[in-house]
Design a protein around this ligand. Structure first.
Ligand SMILES: Nc1nc2c(ncn2[C@@H]2O[C@H](COP(=O)(O)OP(=O)(O)OP(=O)(O)O)[C@@H](O)[C@H]2O)c(=O)[nH]1
Ligand SMILES: [Mg+2]
Length: 233
């Protein structure tokens, strides 16, 4: 009985979140913005990747960041150095961003800037390999990071994030030679969970793979704006 009741509550929660995510996406579409939801375990390298991404792309695309963390603005402060709008969201005790929190971030962005001026909103989710994948925030694509230090088995043990991802970045590959890890095994495990996901191996330290990542982002922005224009005609 309790179990049925709990399942019903969870379903309602996810349903309400999904409605909010659809609403956020409608706004992004109206403004011609592509939104990417960046997710991983704590410390897999999301903020370093965003730092590199802003440095490389901020003169080509108008970018804003929604920065989710349980507490502090430490990551937001790191990204503000790139002179792009960074909207911090502290989730308190929650281990993920939800669509309502991101709606608040969008509201702040739209209040302070002309939202139609932006091409890309990057959302850095709270570091967690499970919950963020369950809660859409209105993104057009999900990006998951898995660092080589986490182990080959993680896609099999925490499958939801890997099932949901459109792009999987295997990060910190500069560290692979120092670890007892098989990069091909990571890829095989990811493919077992999600055969179609785009996989890019990167190192923020040596810059290996970053050009491929920047190209993937640019392709998503072009593809999405073409779709948005087509639906407006
Ligand atoms: N060697 C190496 N270290 C990296 C790389 N990318 C990130 N790191 C290091 O990993 C640590 C965590 O990086 P962050 O970018 O803060 O990770 P994060 O995913 O944003 O962490 P949370 O926001 O707390 O979940 C830092 O000490 C980074 O310098 C990489 O490609 N190579
Ligand atoms: Mg971070």
């Amino acid at each position: 009985m309790h179990q049925t009741f709990d399942a019903a509550i969870e379903l309602n929660l996810l349903h309400a979140n999904q409605e909010g995510a659809d609403y956020n996406r409608e706004h992004f579409n109206e403004w011609g913005i592509t939104c990417l939801n960046i997710m991983s375990s704590p410390g897999a390298g999301k903020t370093v990747l965003l730092e590199q991404t802003l440095a490389a792309l901020k003169d080509k695309l108008n970018i804003a960041v929604i920065e989710g963390d349980m507490t502090t603005e430490l990551d937001a402060d790191r990204l503000r150095k790139y002179n792009v709008p960074v909207i911090p969201i502290n989730t308190g005790r929650s281990c993920h961003l939800d669509s309502k929190m991101v709606a608040g971030g969008i509201h702040t962005l739209a209040h302070q800037y002309n939202p139609s001026d932006f091409d890309l909103v990057l959302v850095e989710n709270v570091g967690n390999l499970v919950c963020p994948a369950e809660f859409e925030v209105g993104e057009h694509a999900k990006v998951a990071l898995l660092s080589v230090t986490e182990g080959e088995d993680k896609p099999l043990k925490y499958p939801v994030m890997f099932q949901e991802a459109d792009c999987l970045l295997i990060t910190k590959i500069d560290l692979a030679p120092y670890l007892d890890i098989d990069l091909d095994r990571i890829t095989a495990n990811v493919r077992q969970i999600n055969p179609k996901v785009k996989i890019i191996s990167v190192s923020a330290k040596t810059s290996e793979g970053l050009k491929q990542w920047f190209a993937w982002i640019s392709d998503r922005v072009i593809e999405n704006s073409t779709k948005q224009i087509a639906t407006q005609v």
